[in-house]
Each structure stands twice: as structure tokens, then as C-alpha cells.
Write a protein that binds this ligand. Structure first.
Ligand SMILES: Nc1ncnc2c1ncn2[C@@H]1O[C@H](COP(=O)(O)OP(=O)(O)OP(=O)(O)O)[C@@H](O)[C@H]1O
Ligand SMILES: [Mg+2]
Length: 253
């Protein structure tokens, strides 16, 4: 069973939280591919450097300056901190960005309306398979190979969904700083794709969660078990919000 684990930016920011996450990833049965975000860290640096922070429907509008910063923060600092924590936890982790080996290629999203933001066009699944076959745990920064040798900024949830679908993963765990999909302050146990779209349309799932839920639905529709939540999702099969293709317990309002 292959598990794709996406670690959100705020979830990996605090060293002790990252250590805890890494230990839980190391205990997962079967093989794992890790994808990470880093939105909070990028925002902090944008503000520190006096660059504006503009988001549109949960996606970061990215200038060329912002792209450089994103590449430095995500493929540099954050990627290596996740790799470091996983190595400490006993996994043979290797850090790569979507750019490396052309693992992820992307084209400008919405014809460039968001600047240097990409949508994944292809995943070089066989290269990831080869890394896995060597016993390595790939740790992917979502920066992807764009046109003319330049990267594009791809949302980490979108990258994780593309990787999970391309690898035919059995499970996709979207680990964030919330215990699940919150409705009226409470995490839902599960929801169907139809219910998920309704939460997006009605503005219950907004900002980063809007993107996350949209991707989660796509992955679930391909038969992947998807769960959204915090670190407990990695060790407790009942934790977080599960995307289910058929209605069951824990419906939405
Ligand atoms: N209905 C909702 N339930 C839960 N969280 C929600 C909801 N609507 C919006 N959110 C927001 O979505 C956030 C999670 O998405 P966000 O993109 O900020 O983090 P991430 O994806 O974990 O990290 P990164 O973007 O760095 O990969 C939550 O912190 C919360 O503020
Ligand atoms: Mg996000």
C-alpha cells in the first residue's frame, strides 16, 4: 500500500511538531511519498521583505520576485527541514522539488491570471517509483518545472493529489493545522464529493481549505482513500475528515 502524505506549512513550522509528524510518518505501513507546503513561512518572508501578499481563492498570486522567494523557502529551507526530521525518525528520506528530474511539470494556471502559478500537467511517476524501489522516501517540494527552464509555483495540495493519482496511491493524507473539515467549529467525520462541492459553493470551505477539498474530492473520485486533518490522522484510522464515495455516518448540515 502506497501512502502519499502532504504536510502543511504551519504543521511543520514548529520543530517539535515536525519531529512528532516525522515519527508518525516513519511508522506508516508500506511505502510513503511526502509532499510539503510552506505557505505560512513564505507569507512571513514576503512581509519581512516588504513584498505584498495577495491570494485569490486560496492560491498565492506570484510575481517573479515572489517565485524566487517561494523556491528558496520551499525547495531550500522547508524541504530540508522535513528531510532532516524524517532522517532522524529513521527513514531514508531524499529531498527533491518538482523541478528535479522534471518530476512535476506545470503550465500557467488560468492563462497566467495568477502570475507564476502553475497547474500540474505531468508527473514523472516512474522516477518516483525508482526512488521508492531503492528504499528511499521521496520528499517533494511542489515547485514544478515550468516553461523555459523556470519553475512555477504549484499549491502543495494540488501537487500531492497529482502525485497520488499518478502513482495509484491507496491513501492520501492531507495533514494541516486543523483537525478536519470544520463546519460550525466541528470537524466532520466524513463527507461525500457532492457534500464537499456544496461546502465549497456555500463558502464553508474557503482559502487554503477550498483548494485542499477540491483536490481531495478529485483523488477520492479515483478511489483513493483521502483524509484531511492534523497529525493524529497518521496514527488513528478514525481521525480527521474522510472523503467517502457513498454517504454514511457523519453527514453535513
Ligand atoms: N471549513 C474549514 N475547515 C477547516 N479549515 C478551513 C475551513 N475553511 C478555511 N479553512 C482554513 O484552511 C486552512 C488550511 O489550509 P492552508 O492552505 O492554510 O494550510 P495547509 O494547506 O495545511 O498548508 P500549506 O498551504 O502551507 O501547504 C486552515 O488553517 C483554516 O484556516
Ligand atoms: Mg494550503
Amino acid at each position: 500500500m502506497l501512502t502519499v502524505v502532504k504536510l502543511g506549512g504551519r504543521a511543520v513550522e514548529e520543530p517539535s511538531a515536525l519531529k512528532e509528524l516525522a515519527l508518525r510518518v516513519a511508522e506508516l505501513p508500506g511505502r510513503s511519498v511526502v509532499v510539503h507546503g510552506g505557505g505560512a513561512e513564505i507569507t512571513a518572508w514576503q512581509e519581512r521583505l516588504g513584498l505584498g501578499v495577495v491570494k485569490h481563492n486560496g492560491l498565492r498570486v506570484t510575481t517573479l520576485e515572489g517565485l524566487k522567494l517561494t523556491a528558496m523557502v520551499l525547495s531550500g529551507w522547508v524541504n530540508k527541514r522535513v528531510v532532516g526530521a524524517l532522517l532522524e525518525a529513521g527513514l531514508d528520506a531524499i529531498g527533491v522539488s518538482g523541478e528535479d528530474g522534471g518530476l512535476l511539470t506545470a503550465e500557467r494556471k488560468d492563462g497566467g491570471a495568477l502570475g507564476e502559478v502553475g497547474t500540474v500537467r505531468s508527473v514523472r511517476a516512474e522516477l518516483l517509483e525508482r526512488l521508492l524501489a531503492l528504499g528511499l522516501t521521496p520528499v517533494l517540494s511542489p515547485l514544478s518545472r515550468g516553461p523555459e527552464g523556470m519553475p512555477l509555483n504549484v499549491n502543495a495540495d494540488e501537487a500531492a493529489v497529482a502525485v497520488a493519482r499518478a502513482l495509484g496511491a491507496g491513501r492520501l493524507f492531507l495533514i494541516s493545522d486543523v483537525p478536519g473539515l470544520l463546519v460550525n467549529g466541528r470537524a466532520l467525520a466524513q463527507l461525500t464529493p457532492e457534500e464537499g462541492w456544496r461546502l465549497i459553493e456555500t463558502g464553508v470551505a474557503v482559502e487554503g481549505m477550498r483548494v485542499k477539498l477540491g483536490g481531495a474530492i478529485q483523488a477520492a473520485e479515483q478511489g483513493i482513500e483521502v483524509r484531511i486533518g492534523d497529525a493524529t490522522v497518521l496514527s488513528d484510522p478514525g481521525a480527521g475528515t474522510r472523503l467517502a464515495l457513498v454517504p454514511g455516518v457523519g453527514g453535513v448540515v
